[in-house]
Write a protein that binds this ligand. Structure first.
Ligand code: GLN
Length: 199
């Protein structure tokens, strides 16, 4: 069975594990370099990106994670996970160190504060059928992408502009929203398919 770990330092780990299991994958929690080594793919959950970033260093995961990502291990980041996968973070903490798995600039808390959290029905390229119910919780948006980054979905922000909220570059996928909280496993199924295709 495909083994897709969930980085379990902080955030909504359990919800991602359930969604991945719903998509037919085995989904262990990952906290140690040795646990990272045996994975076919990895999910970085939503939560607080500055906290997860610090814990990646504390748990001595930064170098092994960089190495596995550089070797092409598929990775999916939702919300805080998206921020961590960016190459550049706007409105981040100065010491926040992006993993640069996707050539994109991401703006933290772009839609506003906690009270500005919202939901939208969103067509996501690569996900067939009805639109996805996309839950945005103090979400980032993608400010700009480099060549080779595919925009899978966008929304109109409070500024009236159109902003990407789901992107893919090679084996790396990121969404501003939280498909793990809706019971709809199609985004996780898309990622599980990417993991199987890479294996
Ligand atoms: N605002 C959070 C951050 O900067 C992300 C919120 C989330 O993951 N729901 O990390």
């Amino acid at each position: 069975m495909t083994v897709i770990g969930v980085l379990a330092l902080q955030g909504d780990v359990r919800e991602h594990q359930s969604a991945l299991e719903g998509a037919g994958a085995q989904a262990p929690a990952v906290r140690r370099p040795a646990e990272l080594a045996v994975l076919d793919g990895l999910v970085i959950p939503g939560g607080e990106s500055t906290t997860i970033d610090k814990l990646i260093t504390t748990f001595e995961l930064r170098e092994p994670l960089r190495q596995r990502l550089a070797d092409g291990m598929p990775v999916y980041g939702s919300c805080a996970g998206m921020i961590l996968l960016a190459s550049t973070i706007l409105d981040g903490r100065p010491d926040q160190e992006p993993l640069a798995a996707i050539d994109m600039t991401v703006r933290r808390n772009a839609f506003g504060r906690q009270v500005d959290s919202f939901e939208a029905d969103l067509a996501v390229a690569g996900v067939d059928g009805d639109p996805i119910r996309a839950v945005f919780i103090r979400a980032p948006w993608v400010e700009s992408v480099g060549d080779g980054v595919e925009v899978l979905a966008s929304v109109t922000g409070p500024d009236g502009g159109t902003h990407p909220v789901a992107v893919r570059q090679g084996n790396a996928l990121a969404t501003s929203f939280h498909p793990e909280v809706t019971g709809d496993h199609r985004v996780h199924a898309l990622f599980a398919e990417m993991v199987r295709a890479a294996g």
